[in-house]
Design a protein around this ligand. Structure first.
Ligand code: PXG
Ligand code: PLP
Length: 435
């Protein structure tokens, strides 16, 4: 099937390399994709960390089809449709207690922008409008819009784009291979790294700081699991200084770490939480921001006929996305998928950590059904070794993901043990061939 590939400028892709040897996916079901040559590919990354219930689940497909036929679109400003309210209620029901208000967006990136704006407007509404600083973390990924790359800490995602948002600072990341390499689950060392926030409080004064945003588990940068006690300490410091804590749960949401959200896995409740990806099982673009009831309450002042929060998207709570989201949450509930990762974690961890000792493996990290296998970079050619392993796995019928020189795994939560074996064995063979 000859096709001209010129027009599509592909996102986060080596366009020229791809177009010389395209990897085309044409069909999906359950744990698998099929490529244009009819090859079956085991999906080791849930698409892009989003297809948590596996592909093309009939309940979700039918919900989208039925909604498309019934009502295509409804304006979300000053109008409503029933499924938006129902989905918000269902989401609040699986969120940490007290996080009962939901704002809808269309992606993780938009959820991040929305969360940052809520934080700023919240302080202003309470008469603390001088709290304008936003604090992120080195190596953080918070999507690609200007707020998100400003609080984010991925150098390549920032350096091309000018001065970014003013008034942003970063705490240091938690990666510490000297002390924590090959930790199974949460690393033992590093809770004190949260104290870096005190350094920024001392520098800027707490009265200027609106919020701190972190991923409970940093995904995009290569799977960094929070050290024991780290998130608790961050929470305590935020409380001490009246700083809002935002968890970016775009990856950690919807069962990835063994609970509905990372907040529950780690036992720390943020003030604001972003979500996307698994919200609709990847089927229709949608994101959400969940906030504490008390934050929402701070906005509900002034004349009743006035808009309380000047923010929203044309496609906020799109009917197709809401239908997909409801069917997705139902599928998760029916099959116990929001906690299944907890049951599979010991087996997954054991298989993954058995890669220790394979050529060039310098660290293995895991939590729930997320894994990271870090490779020693080829001297002078960062990312090349891992990308070679990715291509080899693809040739062998397994889709993995690489970031830097880390191979990331985040399979659909329906994965069976034999498929974990296939995933890890394929990776092992690729590592040996690459040596
Ligand atoms: N926050 C976090 C924590 C994310 O992981 C986003 C925000 C942005 O979501 P959208 O839907 O705007 O892409 C993400 C997305 C990777 C990779 O290489 C990870 C993401 C996206 C693309 C690639 O691991 N995460
Ligand atoms: N640009 C223009 C000119 C618009 O009119 C709008 C929305 O009305 C937007 C951007 C924002 O689009 P969206 O609401 O889909 O984010």
């Amino acid at each position: 099937m000859a096709r001209n590939l010129d027009a599509f400028w592909m996102p986060f892709t080596a366009n020229r390399q791809f177009k010389k040897a395209p990897r085309m996916l044409v069909r999906a079901s359950g744990m698998h994709y099929w490529d244009a040559d009819g090859r079956q590919i085991l999906d080791g990354v849930a698409g892009l960390w989003c297809v948590n219930a596996g592909h093309n689940r009939p309940q979700i497909v039918q919900a989208i089809q039925a909604q498309a036929a019934e009502m295509d679109y409804a304006p979300p400003f000053q109008m409503g449709h029933p499924k938006a309210f129902e989905l918000a209620e269902r989401l609040a029901a699986i969120a940490p207690a007290g996080m009962g208000k939901v704002f809808f967006t269309n992606s993780g990136s938009e959820s991040v922008e929305t969360a940052l704006k809520i934080a700023l407007a919240y302080h202003r509404a309470r008469g603390e409008g001088q709290r304008t600083r936003l604090i992120g973390r080195e190596r953080g990924y918070h999507g690609v819009n200007f707020g998100g790359i400003s609080v984010g800490g991925m150098v390549a995602n920032r350096k091309h784009f000018g001065t970014l948002l003013a008034g942003v600072d970063h705490i240091r990341h938690t990666h510490d291979p000297a002390r924590n390499a090959f930790s199974v689950g949460q690393p033992a060392q590093g809770a004190e790294l949260a104290d870096d926030l005190e350094r920024l409080v001392a520098l800027h004064d707490a009265s200027t700081i609106a919020a701190v945003i972190v991923e409970p588990v940093a995904g995009s940068t290569g799977v960094l699991v929070p050290p024991h006690g780290y998130l608790q300490r961050l929470r305590e410091i935020c409380d001490r200084h009246g700083i809002l804590l935002i968890f970016d749960e775009v990856i950690t949401g919807f069962g990835r770490t063994g609970s509905p959200f990372g907040a529950q896995t780690f036992g720390v409740t943020p003030d604001i939480m972003t979500a996307a990806k698994g919200l609709t099982n990847g089927s229709v673009p949608m994101g959400a921001v969940l906030v504490r009831d008390t934050i929402h309450e701070a906005f509900m002042t002034g004349p009743e006929n006035m808009i309380e929060f000047f923010h929203g998207y044309t496609y906020s709570a799109h009917p197709l996305a809401c239908a997909a989201g409801l069917a997705t949450l139902q599928t998760y509930a029916d099959e116990g998928l929001l906690t299944r990762a907890r049951a599979l974690e010991p087996y997954f961890a054991e298989q993954l950590h058995a890669l220790r000792g394979e050529p060039n493996v310098i660290d293995v990290r895991n939590i729930g059904l997320v894994g990271g296998v870090e490779l020693a970079p080829i001297a002078g050619e960062p990312t090349r070794r891992a990308f070679g392993v990715f291509l080899d796995c693809w040739e062998q019928g397994v889709l993995v993901r690489t970031t830097g020189d880390t191979v990331a795994l985040s399979p659909p939560l329906i994965i069976e043990r034999a498929q974990i074996d296939q995933l890890v064995d394929t990776l092992r063979q690729a590592l040996r061939r690459a040596a």
